[in-house]
Design a protein around this ligand. Sequence first.
Ligand SMILES: C[S@@+](CC[C@H](N)C(=O)[O-])C[C@H]1O[C@@H](n2cnc3c(N)ncnc32)[C@H](O)[C@@H]1O
Length: 374
Amino acid sequence: MEASFAELDALVALITSAVQDVKAEYRRLQYEFPSLDDTKPHPLDMEHTPPKLKRAVQSIHGACAHLSTLVTTPAHTLALRGGDELYKSGIYLSDTLSDAVTGPSLDPSLTSFAAYYKAPLWQFWIENPHSFERFRFSMTGYAWLENMYSVEKGAVPHSLTPCVCTLVNDIGGGLGHMTMHIAKLHPNINVIIQDIEEAVNQAIGYWNGFGPELVANERVDFLPFNFLQEAPVEGCDFYYDCGYEQKANDALCGQIKHILHNWTDDAANIILTNVRKAMKPSARVIIQGYIIQSASEEGMEDDSDLMPRAPKPLLPNYGEGHVIRYYMDIVMMELLNSQQRTLVEYKRLGESAGLEFVKAYDCGELSALEFKLP
Ligand SMILES: C[S@@+](CC[C@H](N)C(=O)[O-])C[C@H]1O[C@@H](n2cnc3c(N)ncnc32)[C@H](O)[C@@H]1O
């Protein structure tokens, strides 16, 4: 079927014609046209906007929003529109940050979420199982926003040898939707879901509902654990083939998706150190998450191979085009006093836990960072 680009073309035509109107109005008014770098007030900020200019600006706003919606996934558009707990507690962010005690604190119990709900996030979820379950299911929807099929490329970064069984440990896996997706696509990959007990119990129900054949064929195991206090499972029977010609029983791959952004550097170090303790020499850890890039030329890091710079006049990090990861940076601060990280910060975190950075993979919205034992 031939694609119809009628709406796309109509929106672009509308923007082009509205831009001509804007230019004509500025010429008529004999005003300088502002630049993206301007910090000074413009005369039009304080004046009645002529109707033709107003209509043109409204058209550009509306058409650009429609254009964005048209070319991105519905999940992407929805994620920018709303939410429940995190949006409600966000109203406390300014108070929390301006307070002398909570402002500079990295304590996960001194957040704007805790101020609103009178409990830190993890405790709130244990006390409100319905919210906790809804959050877990929202993570499965969120995977669509992140382009699940690209995320899978990061979780399975190496050529797979079908004769060798692979065990992926989904650390803090929640429902394990991502590893279920991977196990369905790759018959030689088996999965362990490790998370806190409440999460693991929900994961069992999820796999029985959506992947009963994987449960029946014993391709998944569920083991509760606390990654701040203990190492994940070691000495597995099935191992990850990383394409390094390793023997069948000397590799375990740990996948850690959207975990470290929940924790400060100190706590993330404990989690990774616990993972390292479980690793055999050829094991790999795959950390999946958002990578933060500088919005200005200054402070740019050595990450351009992973994430090419945007052409000017866009900001080097694509600005609004990559805005979700920056929203999620603020959201992590609001919920847990934690943060998204840059590539350099992730490498540093791995090193501090005794892991060596191997490679970064572009997985759509997310990146996957591969670490090994030195
Ligand atoms: C943001 S969710 C990510 C879930 C999943 N990896 C995903 O991408 O959908 C964070 C997960 O960390 C788990 N978690 C939090 N504290 C934990 C702990 N101390 N030990 C093990 N898992 C924990 C939560 O239960 C939750 O499933």
